[in-house]
Ligand binder design. Sequence first.
Ligand SMILES: Cc1cc2nc3c(=O)[nH]c(=O)nc-3n(C[C@H](O)[C@H](O)[C@H](O)COP(=O)(O)O)c2cc1C
Length: 158
Amino acid sequence: MCAADARHLLVAYHSRSGGTQTLADAVIAGATSEEIDDVDVRVRRAFDATADDVRWCDGIVLGTPENFGYMSGALKDFFERIYYDVLEETRGLPYTLFVKGGHDGEGAIRSVEKITTGLAWKSALAPVLVVGAIDDAAVERCHELGITFAAGLEAGVF
Ligand SMILES: Cc1cc2nc3c(=O)[nH]c(=O)nc-3n(C[C@H](O)[C@H](O)[C@H](O)COP(=O)(O)O)c2cc1C
């Protein structure tokens, strides 16, 4: 149970064939683990995430596969819907990112970073990129990303 003044963490991600979903599950498990006391975690599929979800949060974790050298259409749709609605209100919002690529993933990272730069969101932790098959180490990296981001929000260090 979170206190009334709990920090708010939004996870917004897309997955079509399940790879990014596995990574998202690990991020969420980290962010909601018992080491974290006072962070309220809200999870939204990118197509369902709204400007109000972004306004609600104190930090956001984005997740996407790389498709055609770019972020998924779903995450791009999210940015297109929220960009001008939240632009003036969310400058400095801490964020981080996880990307699932088949053979690359750097294009997806760059595409997200261009937009978060436009929004003036603050990269709180380096992105996690998982290329190819998802092994235990990849799941662990995403779990670590979730727990570290939540702990940073909780401690107010971002
Ligand atoms: C239409 C399409 C385009 C893709 N383009 C890329 C790409 O440009 N670079 C890459 O590394 N992987 C690419 N992939 C592979 C996906 O990133 C990979 O299969 C990923 O695990 C899909 O994520 P998901 O399982 O969460 O849907 C592509 C896959 C599809 C279906």
